[in-house]
Design a protein around this ligand. Structure first.
Ligand code: PMP
Length: 465
C-alpha cells in the first residue's frame, strides 16, 4: 500500500478532522528516521496551555501524557515562560566549558539543596534523561574503579550507549543491532501485581522483597563484587508504573553500603513532584549517592542534571562530563522557574491529592469492568492495567481504548512491559473539571471497547509500546 493510500485510510478511520496534521504526518514519514518514535495518534501539536493541547486542525485535547511526563507545571507555565523571555533578552548561552555563567550555578545550588542527603553534593548537566544516565554511570565507574552496572528488567534509561545498555525494557534483539556495552547485568524488579514468583506483593510485600533481594545478592556474587553502581527507578515508569515494596529499596541501600557500590537513583520520569514528593525516593526514606533528573526539570526546555556526593562527582576528570551546551542558560533559567513553580504553587500536595482522587475513580471503574486488572500509582504517576482472562495483559485492548479516548478529546497512551497499561500523567496543576472530563472519556471509551465498537484496524496505526 502506498503512503498516500495508507494516510487516506487513516483519514477515513479517524472520526475527526485531521487533514492538516496528515500533511505533517506524511512529511514525517518521508523525512524522519522511523526509530525516533513509537507513534500513537496522527496529529501534530501546534499549541498548548496548562493542561490542554491543540492540533494543527484546531482540535482541542486534555493532556494526560504531558509530552511524556514533562509538563509537571503545565504547558507554558507563566513563570517558566517569563524566565525564558528574560533570559533570551540578555543572553542565549555561553559555554561553561571555558567560562562561567550564573543561571546554571544558581540551579546547581538549588538542586543540591532540594535533593536528599545532607552531605556535600555537586552537579553535572546534560540535555536528556539518556545522557544524564551515562554521566551517572561514568562517575560510578570512576569512583569505584569498577566496571559492572546492575540494572533491572523493565527499566527504561534511554538510548545513548550507556543508558541503552542499562535499559531492561527494550528487546535484546533490538539492542544487539547496535552492539550495546558489556558489563551491565539485569535482575528482576519486584512487581507486586505480576511477578515470576507468583507472589501477591500487595498482600505479601516482605516475601516479594526477600525473593527480589536474593536475586540482587546472587547477581552481585556472580559479578565477583566488580560492581560500580546499581541503577534503578524508584518507581519504574515505562514498565507500567511498578511500585516496589518500601523495604526493597531500603535493601538496595544496605547492599550498596555493604559492597561499596554507588546507588544511582534514576528520577527522570518520577522527579520534580510527579509522584507527590519532590523525588520519588522520598517515599522510601532512602538517600541515594547519585540522583538523575531530566524531563520535567526544564519545564519544557531540554535539560538534565546529575546530583551526587561531591567525592563521587569529582572522581572523574575533565573533560569526561563536558558538553558544549551543558547548563544552557535558557534551560537552566526555565528549570529554576519550574522548581519555583512546584514549590510556590504547592504542586506536590496537589499531585498527591489529585492522584488519590483519580485512583479512587479508577477503582470504581474497576468494580464495573473486569478488564481493569490493577490500578496503581503515586501522585500523578498512575497506571491502569488492562487485562483479559485474569491477569493476561491486553495490549490491543489498551490501544483501542486510547484511540477512542483520543477521538473524544483526550491524549492518553499505553505503556508497560506488555504495552497494556494506560499511562495517566497529567500536569500536577490540572483543574478538577479537566480530570473529571478526561476520566469520563476513558470510562466511555472502555464501554465502547467492551461493546466491540472500536475497529481492529486502528491497531495498525498505533505503533505504541
Ligand atoms: N529514564 C527514564 C526513567 C525515562 O522514563 C526516560 C524517558 N522515557 C529516560 C530515562 C530517557 O530520557 P530521554 O528520552 O530524555 O533521553
Amino acid at each position: 500500500m502506498g503512503l498516500d493510500e495508507d494516510l487516506e485510510n487513516l483519514r477515513k478511520l479517524a472520526s475527526k478532522r485531521i487533514d492538516k496534521s496528515l500533511e505533517i504526518v506524511a512529511k514525517d514519514r518521508k523525512y524522519l528516521a522511523k526509530a525516533i518514535g513509537l507513534k500513537y495518534f496522527p496529529i501534530a501539536i501546534t499549541k498548548a496551555e496548562g493542561s490542554k493541547v491543540w492540533d494543527a486542525d484546531g482540535n482541542e485535547y486534555i493532556d494526560f501524557l504531558t509530552s511524556a511526563a514533562v509538563y509537571n507545571v503545565g504547558h507554558r507555565n507563566p513563570r517558566v515562560v517569563k524566565a525564558i523571555r528574560e533570559q533570551i533578552d540578555k543572553l542565549l548561552n555561553y559555554t561553561v566549558v571555558y567560562l562561567y555563567m550564573e543561571p546554571c550555578v544558581r540551579l546547581a545550588e538549588k538542586l543540591v539543596s532540594i535533593t536528599p542527603g545532607k552531605f556535600n553534593k555537586k552537579v553535572s548537566y546534560g540535555f536528556s534523561g539518556s545522557d544524564s544516565v551515562d554521566s551517572a554511570i561514568k562517575v560510578a565507574r570512576a569512583y569505584t574503579k569498577k566496571r559492572c552496572i546492575l540494572s533491572f528488567y523493565g527499566s527504561y534509561h534511554g538510548t545513548t550507549y550507556g543508558s541503552l545498555s542499562a535499559t531492561g525494557i527494550i528487546d535484546e534483539s533490538i539492542k544487539t543491532q547496535v552492539f550495546p556495552l558489556a558489563d551491565i547485568k539485569f535482575v528482576d524488579f519486584p512487581d507486586p501485581y505480576r511477578n515470576k514468583w507468583g507472589i501477591d506483593g500487595y498482600e505479601h510485600p516482605d516475601e516479594l522483597t526477600s525473593r527480589a533481594l536474593e536475586e540482587v545478592k546472587n547477581k552481585i556474587k556472580e559479578c565477583t563484587s566488580d560492581i560500580a553502581g546499581l541503577l534503578f527507578e524508584p518507581i519504574q515508569g515505562d514498565a507500567g508504573v511498578i511500585i516496589p515494596p518500601e523495604e526493597f529499596i531500603k535493601g538496595l541501600r544496605e547492599l550498596a553500603d555493604t559492597h561499596g557500590f554507588v546507588l544511582i537513583d534514576e528520577e527522570v520520569q518520577t522527579g520534580v513532584g510527579r509522584t507527590g514528593k519532590f523525588w520519588a525516593i522520598e517515599h522510601f526514606d532512602v538517600v541515594p549517592d547519585v540522583l538523575v533528573s531530566a524531563k520535567a526539570l526544564g519545564g519544557g526546555m531540554p535539560i538534565s542534571a546529575v546530583v551526587g556526593r561531591s567525592e563521587i562527582m569529582d572522581s572523574v576528570s575533565p573533560p569526561m562530563l563536558v558538553f558544549t551546551h551543558a547548563g544552557h542558560a535558557v534551560s537552566a533559567s526555565a528549570a529554576l522557574a519550574t522548581i519555583e513553580a512546584v514549590e510556590d504553587e504547592n504542586l506536590i500536595a496537589k499531585a498527591a491529592e489529585m492522584g488519590e482522587y483519580i485512583i479512587k475513580r479508577f477503582r470504581e471503574m474497576q468494580d464495573k469492568f473486569d478488564i481493569i486488572g490493577d490500578v496503581r500509582g503515586k501522585g500523578l504517576l498512575i497506571g491502569v492495567d488492562i487485562v483479559k482472562r485474569g491477569k493476561e495483559p491486553d495490549r490491543k485492548g489498551a490501544l483501542k481504548i486510547c484511540w477512542r479516548a483520543w477521538e473524544k478529546g483526550l491524549i492518553v497512551i499505553s505503556f508497560g512491559r506488555n504495552g497494556n497499561v494506560l499511562r495517566i500523567a497529567p500536569p500536577l496543576n490540572i483543574p478538577r473539571e479537566d480530570v473529571d472530563r478526561a476520566l469520563d472519556i476513558i470510562e466511555s471509551s472502555i464501554k465502547e471497547f467492551l461493546e466491540g465498537k472500536i475497529p481492529d484496524d486502528v491497531i495498525d496505526y498505533l505503533r505504541g509500546w
